[in-house]
Design a protein around this ligand. Structure first.
Ligand SMILES: [Zn+2]
Length: 124
């Protein structure tokens, strides 16, 4: 955890891709956690808060339960960071890029409809 992410923005960017296949209920929980994070000031605190919620959501993934939630998370963090680093360097057309499309769909799900404002998530 500690050394995997430079800051909260990078952490958030990573999990946007990781949570793509989670249920609507989980997206809802994560959306609420992101809102809470916006009132926190320390990046480590924000990551901890959001990570706590993410761990709970992972109970819906059989593989995560099988190999253990922390182990699964670490594996996915590393895999997703590599994918995104490669992507950020190579993505040419955000309208045709599958990774960018998936991220937009997830970000839309995470938007806070009730408050009419969107969380501060960057697509890249
Ligand atoms: Zn892209």
């Amino acid at each position: 955890m500690k050394k995997l992410f430079k800051n909260f923005e990078e952490y958030l960017s990573t999990i946007i891709t990781m949570i793509r296949d989670l249920s609507d209920e989980s997206h809802n929980k994560i959306r609420l956690a992101i809102n809470v994070c916006q009132s926190l000031h320390d990046d480590a605190e924000k990551i901890y808060r959001l990570n706590t919620t993410l761990k709970k959501c992972l109970w819906e993934i059989p593989e995560a339960i099988e190999i253990g939630i922390p182990q699964y998370l670490n594996k996915e963090y590393v895999k997703t960071r590599l994918l995104l680093d490669y992507h950020d360097y190579n993505c040419i057309n955000i309208m045709e890029c599958k990774i960018c499309q998936d991220r937009r769909i997830t970000i839309d799900k995470l938007r806070d409809i009730n408050e009419g404002k969107r969380p501060q998530i960057h697509t890249k």
